[in-house]
Design a protein around this ligand. Structure first.
Ligand SMILES: [Zn+2]
Length: 425
């Protein structure tokens, strides 16, 4: 973790401010800059937690803040404890503790044993910028609260960041949703993470989601989410990555494209390969189309790479998809509020009517893919190789990167679609 001190900036400062607010040390504006109010809150937190009081967030302070980054802590049971008392102490519910500890007998807590205690706020933030680190905290936090979720890595990014997946459901209908193939479309990452959190909660609580019973969804389907295909690019776009070799080389690449804002115009992986132009489906055609636009080497967007699947992120998605062989895929991008459903004429007959159902659920419109962006995408490859329905959802509206203030509206449009997609095949 970065050491954060007076004047530090970026997504990890926003997360710090959120964590201090969650822990009750302030009502800080989550502006992503450590000013005097944030430094004072850090000092109060340090004093209360027996840490060296210097207002600087180093390894010890980060470690002490971890429960408010991930949304849970580990509690050692003492004589006389009840789940109700523990829940009161941490502002959470007996239900949440029971869900996180399915093997614990509430009427017979073993003294000295440890309990996972979910804290009284949602794991997934929806009002701050994302970093690869925050994605990892969300995955860990969800796995701790909902032990019926399985999580893991399908590979690593160029910079060695984990490419996470989250799976839930016991049904045979396997579906795979991914987000953030494009760095400056990172708002789609919390869309999938939030959906994972709501679906897991609904299942644990025996409730509905998107008008469907979560228990029935779990019986029928298993849903696997890859919330961020391009974590390095996300760190670049949101300002988490501001130094080092990879950063400098991205700056050099971007200097050749002065018409594109930097880093906000960056779509590619950290090496300047557009991950959604990496799949073996008309890749040579995509290369030709982009070369006609003058893009034949690493660029902030639209470079297809030297060969298909040369980027580790695209390769991992390809292998993981083949391993899972899903019946349907959704790929989240921004922006335009449209659903793309075709690749050439290779899509299966039901693809159009499913797209119409998604359109009805989301309010987004169904469109044919524009020719210039019609090749080498994940959806294109999935449709071509599997003859099964694959969709690109272009969420939200405006200029990328869409502001996080659009999150609630985007999520409201997509929750029912995400639910439905597990049930239509
Ligand atoms: Zn995109």
């Amino acid at each position: 973790m970065r050491i954060l001190k007076s004047g530090s900036k970026g997504p990890s400062v926003q997360l710090l401010q959120l964590a201090l607010n969650r822990a009750g040390y302030g009502t800080l504006a989550k502006d992503g800059i450590i000013g005097s109010a944030t430094a004072a809150a850090v000092s109060r937190f340090q004093r209360a937690n027996g840490l060296l009081v210097d207002g600087i967030v180093g390894p010890d302070t980060h470690r002490a803040l971890m429960p408010w980054y991930t949304g849970f802590l580990s509690y050692t049971v003492r004589r006389g404890d009840t789940l109700w008392q523990i829940a009161q102490k941490y502002g959470t519910s007996v239900f949440a503790i029971k869900t996180a500890n399915p093997l614990v007998d509430p009427s017979n807590l073993a003294i000295g044993s440890s309990l996972l205690v979910p804290l009284g706020f949602p794991v997934v933030p929806t009002d701050i910028a994302y970093s690869s680190q925050l994605i990892g905290y969300c995955v860990r936090g969800l796995a701790a609260r909902y032990p019926f979720i399985s999580t893991g890595e399908l590979g690593k990014s160029v910079m060695g960041r984990p490419l996470w997946y989250i799976s839930m459901g016991m049904g045979e209908n396997r579906v795979l949703y991914n987000a953030s193939h494009h760095a400056n479309e990172w708002i789609t990452t919390p869309v999938l993470l939030k959906f994972a959190e709501e679906l897991a909660y609904a299942y644990a609580a025996g409730e509905d989601i998107g008008g469907q019973s979560a228990a029935e969804i779990f019986d029928y389907a298993s849903i696997t989410l890859v919330p961020a295909v391009d974590p390095d690019g996300i760190d670049l776009v949101t300002g988490e990555l501001t130094q080092g070799e990879f950063y400098s080389s991205a700056v050099k690449t971007a200097e050749q494209y002065p018409q594109l804002a930097f880093p906000s115009g960056w779509k590619a992986n950290i090496r300047g390969v557009d991950l959604n132009l990496q799949y073996p489906a008309g890749w040579e055609q995509a290369r030709e189309n982009k070369a006609a636009l003058g893009i034949t080497s690493p660029a902030p967007a639209d470079f297809v790479g030297r060969e298909p699947l040369c980027a580790p992120e695209a390769r991992a998605m390809y292998e993981f998809t083949r391993m899972l062989a899903p019946s349907l895929t959704l790929s989240y991008h921004t922006q335009g509020q449209v659903i793309y459903w075709k690749y050439l004429d290779l899509e299966p007959p039901m693809a159009r009517s499913i797209a119409e159902a998604f359109s009805y659920a989301s309010g987004y419109s169904v469109e044919d893919t524009p020719y210039a962006s019609g090749f080498a995408g994940y959806k294109d490859w999935f449709i071509q190789d599997y003859d099964r329905p694959g969709y690109t959802i272009e969420a939200g509206i405006g200029e990328n990167p869409l502001p996080i203030s659009q999150f609630d509206e985007i999520y409201a449009h997509n929750r029912d679609l995400l639910t439905l997609a597990a049930l239509v095949t």
